[in-house]
Every structure is written in structure tokens, then in C-alpha cells.
Ligand binder design. Sequence first.
Ligand SMILES: [Zn+2]
Length: 404
Amino acid sequence: MKQTIKYKLSVTAEQDGHLRRLGYYATKLYNTDNWQRREAWDKTGKIPDAYAQKKALNKNQWFKLLPSQTAQEVCFVLSQNYKSWYKLRKKDDKANPPMFRKKDMLSTMSFYQQFKMIGNKIKLSMSRRYAKEQGIKYLEMDFANWKPQGSSIAKFCQIIFDKGKWYAHVVYDVAEAIPVLNDKVKAVDLGIINTAVSVDNGGGAVVYSGKQILAIQHYFNKEKSKVTSILTKQYPKRHSSRVLRILQKKQNSQITHALHIHSKGIVQDCTNKGIKTLVCGDVTDIRKDKNIGHVNNQKLHSWSFSKFTQQLEYKCIKAGIRFVRVNEAYSSQECSSCGIRRKSNRKHRGLYVCKSCGIRINADVNGARNILNKYLRDFGISMSRSIGIVAMPLVARIQNVCPC
Ligand SMILES: [Zn+2]
């Protein structure tokens, strides 16, 4: 399994200087390569391929100043950009070939074999030419505190400059933990009214209320529509403004923050109870069977779901918990106790009543139990009997978040 982790690097002024130099070289190399391709095209009517370009650039100073694989990757990215342009040109003969990068842009640098993760440090090897010119063979930088647990091998890394800060995106090969039959398992069902409902095979259930998130959503939608109505009166053709964008940004960051509180709570609960596997309903398909109402809710729905599952996955890996997605197509219609699927069973206002076995249960708890059952079934464990009837769910609410 591949796992990408983003580290913020803490760099000294000197290291910052080196990274800026390398990023600048990468931009220079990209543009030189591009320039050579265009020139050859003007002369011969043909654009040289990646192989010809590699030969032509072998003696290039920017190429030599960068670690060799980093330099090759820069050229590879350009050749990919050309390939997509060729495709585009077949449909649209006015399509522009790949542009030159701005002079002051610091290009992303890729490292394969020329980087190492040692403890809390990332070590980049410099090229021979760079070492000779700058008197430095390695760059060793600190990053924040964690790595995936268990056996993981760092395969690939990209050094990225974003808004004044340096980041390392490191791709790990993580050995998948082997599931054990009697491991404790927790399942979560995601929704709008309740951000998440979790059920574990020890009988515990927690409802993570979505009330606060809906309040944030409601507040900002009102504010945005006020601004929009003023805007359309003044400038009928404009759909966006600085104020609107700021509001949207604030809204997203407040919702993200609220989601973090819940995802942290779920993973914390797993750690406390010694739960080794977290099963999450796969929400990549839009769920038609969930009553999510208004258009705004639907937007919140898909955006916050993907955000939330990302947070869960990343926090699970950090805590050494297996994260599994299961398809939850019918999770809300099926009775988690007797297994009968009946559309009319789903009651609104949060209660699920089964006409076959008579169980009355929180509808989202029912959904989460179905996800848990589905996972356990794959191991040949019979469903509800292994779980028992869930205790009254605890309710987790978010406090201290003010929607303004
Ligand atoms: Zn039933």
C-alpha cells in the first residue's frame, strides 16, 4: 500500500538558500529543455523526444547542478506536458504548447534514490557539481514528529515550495497489517445530521453530532448570499469577489477544524479501546438513499465527506490502526439485526424501525452496524449475533467553535 505523508520542513537560513537555488535550477532546466524543443521544431518541423533531449541536455549546467534523477524528472514532466499537448492539438489546432515557467518560480524537485529518512531528518544528496561549487554534499533537514508505524519504506519524495514554506511529500511503501480474526473492529457511518456514527464489536456506539457544522454552514451561507445580492445589484456580470472568497475560505477552514475534532475523537476512541481496525463506509458514490435535502447540504456533503475520510485515514495510519473502506450501498435500508432489506423500514428523524424483527434503533447506528457486519462477514463471522445489541449511543458534540 502506498501512503503519502506531507511534512513541513524546518529549514535554517542556509538550507533555505540551498533549496531556493535548486528550485531555481529546476525552473531553468525546464525552460532550457522547452526552449530547445521549440527551436528544434522551428528548424526541423519536429519536436525531439525525451531520449533526444536527454542527450542534448547531458552537458547542460542546470542539469549537472541538480541531482541526476531530480534533473531527469524535470525533463520527464516536460515531456509529459508535450504529450498531453499533442493529444490536445488533434482536437484543437490552436492549443498552445507547454509554456515557459516564470523566472522566479521555484520548481518542485523529486528525489528517488538520492534521499533518506533518518529519524526525524530527511537527507538529500547533492550532485557532484553542486558539491564542488557550494561545498556541501548533503542537506539534512528536520521535520515534524512522525512516520508511518510498522514496516514502511520511503520510496520517493518531492520537495515543494508553497507560500514561503518548504514541504516534503514522502511516498512510503507501507506493509499492510494482517487482520486478525478476533481483533477489535470499529465501523463508522458518515452523514450530515450526524457527521459520523461509530459502532464497535465490543458493543460501544458513539454519535458525532453534525449540528455545529451545519450551524457554521448556515451562518456562512447567509453571509455569502447577502454579499452576492449586493454584488449582483452593482455588477450584474460578476459572480465572485474578494469578500466572497474570504468568506468561503473562512467557512472551509472552520468546517475543517470541526471535522478534525470528530476524526480525532474517533481515532482516540480506537486507541483507548485497543481497536486495531477502523472500517469506513465508502462514500465515493453519491448516496441516493440518504435524505440529505437542500442543495447546499449536498455540496457540504461531498466536500466534507472526502475531507473527513482523508483525516480519518491519515490519523489511523499515524496511530497504527488499519483503515478499511467498504461499499455501503444499502447500509441504511438493511436491518442490522435480522438482515432484511426493506426500503420502507427507513424512518426519518433518525429512527430505524424494522417491521420483521421489531427492532427500534438510531438509523445511523443501524447504518454503522451494517458496515461493521459487512466487514465481519468477509471473515466468516456471523453478523449481528457477534455484535449484540448496541448500548445507548454516546453523543459527542463540538463546543467552543463559534460560527463567526
Ligand atoms: Zn430486523
